[in-house]
Design a binder for this molecule. Structure first.
Ligand code: UD1
Length: 351
């Protein structure tokens, strides 16, 4: 029998790519998503991309805080593991509306963990973030680096990690893998699924993509006084990782959960390479043939200078390594953007 995985937030950006990978790998996927920052069109497209395995995907529009609804799903089928993506993720919004973030991310996760425990499903892969490294003093960030949070969003990731460690300490029959994502970008090479944030994008590449398709006039580059390796002093270095590589990391983590030795483990998912904002923009311009007008601005509050991952632990223990570089990330980002300039709301996307 194919393993059955519950995927929370499976209609979202990273979730939809991972669900596709699961289906292609012979898993059954049950997605729960409240569609707060995602679209059911993504589910439909994942089914189509998965072709003959498409019917192995089922979808429930549910908010994780709706415990009776979640209970019903766990009562009706048995899950081998849960991948938990669902959560709010905009840093600025979390500063404005901290309670909304604590309510959604923490209460949603607590509810999920309670229902899992009640139904004897104790295998979890959780979407954590490099945000838990705060403003790192030393790079690369290793899984042993100090963790801290600099905004409410980051605190929800950090609290959930700590909660998972406590749960495992209290009951060693749990198996939990915390994946700390660096900067996910790009899209599935088909150009059929990709990132489609609601409102003004907070992150670099969705913004660049909207400039390229004419939805916004220019990219504001935050901070021109950093010590970057390209000597421009413009923008900071981040560890951009192709979303397809990131999805692969989840199937590797699921396989790892069957290891008797696993308790509660954390892994970085990054490439181990830092790229500056200008390098990323140049790679995107090359891939798209579009000029991205820039407006130089001051630093964005809370922005670290350089953040990139140590990838050794994931390579060693998950046998996983990112395959794609920034040229492929930008190629696939542009392929998605040019086919869906308004994301899943593009005129052709409603079908
Ligand atoms: C941000 C969050 C991080 C979160 C991650 C994924 C902050 C401080 N950090 O990471 O907690 O886990 O997103 O959602 O918000 N940039 C511009 N102009 C823009 C947008 C970004 O110059 O319009 C620059 C930023 O200054 C940064 C780089 O591009 O140097 C990447 O920014 P972004 O995509 O927002 O990611 P992070 O800040 O690394």
């Amino acid at each position: 029998m194919s393993p059955r995985i519950l995927v929370t937030g499976g209609a979202g950006y990273i979730g939809s790519h991972t669900v596709l990978q699961l289906l292609q790998g012979g898993y059954k996927a049950v997605v729960v998503d409240n569609l707060d920052n995602s679209s059911e069109v993504a589910i439909k497209r994942v089914r189509e991309l998965a072709d003959k395995n498409g019917p192995n995907l089922t979808f429930h529009k549910i908010d994780l805080r709706d415990k009776p609804a979640l209970e019903k799903i766990f009562a009706s089928e048995k899950f081998d593991a849960v991948i938990h993506f669902a959560g709010l993720k905009a840093v600025g919004e979390s500063v404005q509306k901290p309670l909304m973030y604590y309510d959604n991310n923490l209460i949603g996760t607590i509810t999920l963990l309670e229902v899992m425990a009640a139904h004897g499903c104790k295998k979890l892969v959780f979407s954590s973030s490099a945000t838990v490294y705060g403003l790192p003093k030393v790079v690369p960030c290793t899984e042993e680096s100090l963790i801290s949070a600099v905004n409410p969003y980051g605190r929800t990731k950090l609290f959930i990690e700590e909660m998972c460690r406590d749960i495992y300490r209290s009951d060693s029959t749990w198996k939990i893998i915390l994946l700390r994502y660096f900067n996910p970008v790009g899209a599935h090479p088909s150009g059929y699924i990709g990132e489609d944030p609601r409102g003004i994008p907070n992150n670099l590449m969705p913004f660049v993509q909207q400039v390229a398709v004419g939805r916004r006039p220019a990219l504001t580059v935050y901070g021109t006084d950093y010590k970057t390796k390209d000597g421009t002093g413009v923008g900071r270095e981040r560890d951009y990782i192709h979303v397809v590589d990131l999805s692969d990391g989840h199937t590797a983590a699921l396989e790892k959960l069957s290891d008797a030795s696993v308790g509660c483990e954390v892994y970085n998912l990054g490439t181990g390479k830092g790229t500056s904002v200008l390098e990323m923009v140049a790679a995107f311009e090359k891939a798209s043939g579009k000029k991205i007008p820039l407006v130089m601005a001051g630093r964005r509050p809370g922005d670290s200078e350089i953040v990139y991952a140590s990838t050794e632990k994931a390579e060693r223990e998950l046998k996983w390594k990112a395959k794609y570089g920034i040229d492929e990330m930008c190629r696939d980002q542009w392929n998605w953007a040019s086919k869906n300039p308004y994301g899943y709301e593009s005129p052709d996307s409603k079908k």
